[in-house]
Design a protein around this ligand. Structure first.
Ligand code: GRG
Length: 296
């Protein structure tokens, strides 16, 4: 199985779900809110790789769940990811004029609307989670537990906490443990949440999810290292524009060769974690291999 053959049809289903959901949503609210929905749509449909929803889907397949059952949760995670990018680009945070090769949300819609579009994406993510109640496969308590997983990993103990440390770290003399702590929270948490989401939805206990957890922790950190490698090679900077503010990054604590070595060892660790899951885990392994070699 290649990453491309696995991801292409599934990303299409994720995109179809996102599109039809937003269309329904637009139709259900007053026309006066249309500018807000356009700003949400601009970033939601702005060319993201859909890696996190793809991980939700792949983890569901690993647990024997049909893809369609987890799409609302997969897309809730993409909503939160999208809000984080919209807010991260704001002048008060990263102050990025472009994202994915296009004007960032606030450059296109203005700061006030971009802040609100991010707020709306975060809030409506929990509305998407509620859609899971229409599925008789999931009981209400498990859906609530999955929602708690999302709020924990997106909030103070996860992405937002990591982002706080990222923006307030103040100097560039970071230690490796500090950079790692920031990355595990800022980036790794939402990736781990994606991998654990289907397990939480079916109420799987810790022994059944320990391999998935080990995989999710390793790929979460690996993803950020691969981001830092691409950043240092200026590949990503090209589509984001020049960085205005310095950021804690592996590039400050490791040489390029050490970063690549660390990336390889994390990906090896992630794939080994799934060895006993057999064929069902092939999609997750393909995603890990994509992270090892990605160029975007
Ligand atoms: C503003 C609360 C708040 C949080 C922001 C994750 C984050 C925290 C900011 C994003 C900054 C950033 C570029 C982090 C590096 C890792 C990362 C999340 C990259 C972007 O993820 P991709 O490559 O994005 O999956 P696409 O464009 O494919 O959706």
């Amino acid at each position: 199985m290649t990453f491309e053959s696995y991801s292409e049809p599934r990303v299409k289903r994720i995109n179809d779900f996102l599109d039809s959901n937003l269309l329904k949503f637009r139709g259900s609210v007053s026309q006066r809110f249309a500018p807000l929905i356009s700003a949400m749509q601009y970033s939601l449909e702005g060319g993201g790789k859909r890696l996190r929803p793809l991980m939700v889907v792949a983890a569901a397949e690993c647990l024997g769940l049909p893809i369609d059952d987890v799409l609302p949760a997969a897309c809730a995670i993409e909503y939160i990811h999208t809000y984080s990018l919209v807010h991260d680009d704001l002048p008060a945070l990263d102050d990025d004029d472009t994202r994915r090769g296009k004007p960032s949300n606030h450059k296109k819609f203005g700061e006030a609307v971009a802040i609100l579009a991010g707020d709306a994406l975060l809030t409506e993510a929990f509305g998407l989670m509620h859609q899971l109640t229409e599925n008789k496969r999931f009981n209400a308590l498990n859906i609530l537990n999955a929602t708690e997983l999302l709020s924990t990993f997106a909030g103070v103990r996860g992405m937002v906490g990591g982002q706080l440390l990222d923006v307030t770290s103040g100097n560039l003399n970071y230690s490796l443990p500090e950079v790692e702590f920031i990355h595990i929270h800022k980036t790794g948490a939402m990736i781990l949440a994606s991998v654990l989401m289907p397990a939480r939805l079916i109420g799987a206990e810790e022994p059944r999810i320990k391999n998935l957890r080990r995989y999710g922790e390793a790929v979460g950190l690996a993803f950020q290292i691969s981001d830092d490698i691409l950043d240092s090679e200026a590949t990503l900077r090209y589509s984001r524009g020049p960085r205005k503010k310095p950021k804690p990054s592996y590039t400050q604590v490791m040489s390029p060769a050490e970063m690549k070595q660390k990336l390889n060892s994390l990906i090896d660790n992630a794939t080994q974690a799934l060895a006993e899951e057999g064929q069902k885990a092939e999609p997750l392994v393909a995603i890990a291999e994509f992270i090892r070699t990605r160029r975007h």
